[in-house]
Ligand binder design. Structure first.
Ligand code: COA
Length: 334
């Protein structure tokens, strides 16, 4: 069977770094609280008001094409996972394609919050597996700083801005996306959403005055659901594919809170040496976290490595992907 393999990976982070100590100056918090409760030390936040989510994604896609030695015109399709699109319409995917010169691609945005990259990976893989396309780009990009209230200490410390992108191509060596389990439950909406700006509550002076165009999050409720579901789905995909902890080379889990990631790896029975982690430097970049993780760890990845990707996010949405890495990352990794 033809599988969809990741053949290149790239990312982009805005230059501006905001540390926990910087946040101490604007809200009632401390480096100690943020570090022990979340594992985050700093995050990248775009401070140029002219830049939007597509601009970060464009940098990642340009680097992706350069690394793989392809022209953007060779891309057949581009899926962009994001909750911070440049505009309600047209899609950020369209804008990225136009800006990078991917003239022969079509695509769309995928709204699954922190699980969007995994939903996009599973979706993009179908177009490769069926033989329809040869080059599908999956982007996870979010400029969370544009929808976060920097007077709300319970949410603003967690999030960061960033984008990652992967190229999917056909593989005949049984490497690539091997399996996935994905879930969605709209009842979770009550705990994590943005109240205004959509058709349910169009923007008005009142919605802006009441700060309803920012992320609304009930942290503890989200935490409980995330810990349980991310751990369970990660264990389920191992069981379904008869993978023991020894078979797993890496866990690449959504970077929302170190404690959630630790609970997931414990449930899977794997040690911390197999857990990819960059939350301390980037915070939660929503759809960006998993491709950014793979990008950071690319140098250490070997052909045939078994990687479990897992995520939990707003919606609620959650899931896991079982991936076999398709190339030696030591030559292309940073
Ligand atoms: C948001 C989160 C870090 C908060 O951590 P927590 O341990 O649940 O903290 P709580 O909400 O119970 O708050 C504990 C106390 O810390 C305080 N607190 C909250 N944010 C704080 C901050 N940034 N600095 C200092 N104190 C803070 C609270 O006010 C509360 O004080 P109180 O006990 O006097 O009322 C955690 O709930 C979390 O990570 N949730 C999941 C978020 C997530 O994954 N979101 C993305 C979707 S994937």
């Amino acid at each position: 069977m033809t599988r969809a393999a990741i053949t290149a990976i790239a990312g982009y982070l805005p230059e501006n770094i905001v540390t926990n100590f910087d946040l101490e100056k604007i809200i009632d918090t401390s480096d100690e609280w943020i570090t022990t409760r979340t594992g985050i030390k700093e995050r990248h936040l775009e401070n140029d008001p002219k830049k939007a989510t597509s601009d970060m994604a464009v940098e990642a896609v340009k680097l992706l094409c350069k690394k793989r030695g392809i022209s953007p015109e060779e891309i057949d399709m581009l899926i962009c996972g994001t909750v911070t699109p440049d505009l309600v319409f047209p899609s950020t995917s369209n804008l990225i394609c136009a800006k990078v010169g991917a003239k022969n691609a079509w695509g769309y945005d995928l709204g699954a919050a922190c699980s969007a990259f995994l939903f996009g990976l599973a979706t993009g893989a179908q177009f490769i597996e069926t033989g329809r396309y040869k080059k599908v780009v999956v982007v996870g990009a979010d400029m969370m700083s544009r929808i976060i209230d920097y007077t709300d200490r319970t949410t603003c410390v967690i999030f960061g801005d960033g984008a990652g992108a992967v190229l999917l191509e056909p593989n005949e060596e049984n490497l690539g996306v091997m399996d996935f389990i994905l879930h969605a439950d709209g009842n979770g909406m009550q705990h994590l959403h943005m109240k205004a700006g959509g058709s349910a509550m169009p923007p008005s002076h009142d919605t802006v005055n009441d700060k309803l165009h920012y992320v609304y999050q009930e942290g503890q409720a989200v935490f409980k659901h995330a810990v349980y579901n991310m751990a369970e789905v990660s264990a389920s995909i191992m069981e379904k594919n008869h993978l023991s902890p020894n078979d797993v080379t890496w866990l690449a889990a959504h970077q929302a809170n170190k404690r959630i990631i630790d609970a997931t790896s414990q449930r899977m029975g794997i040690g911390p040496e197999k857990v990819m982690m960059n939350i301390e430097r980037y915070g939660n970049t929503t759809a960006g976290t998993i491709p950014l993780l793979l990008w950071d760890y690319e140098k250490q990845l070997k052909k045939g490595d078994t990687i479990i990707l897992s995520a939990f996010g707003g919606g609620f949405t959650w899931g896991a992907v079982y991936l076999k890495w398709a190339y030696d990352g030591s030559k292309t990794g940073k």
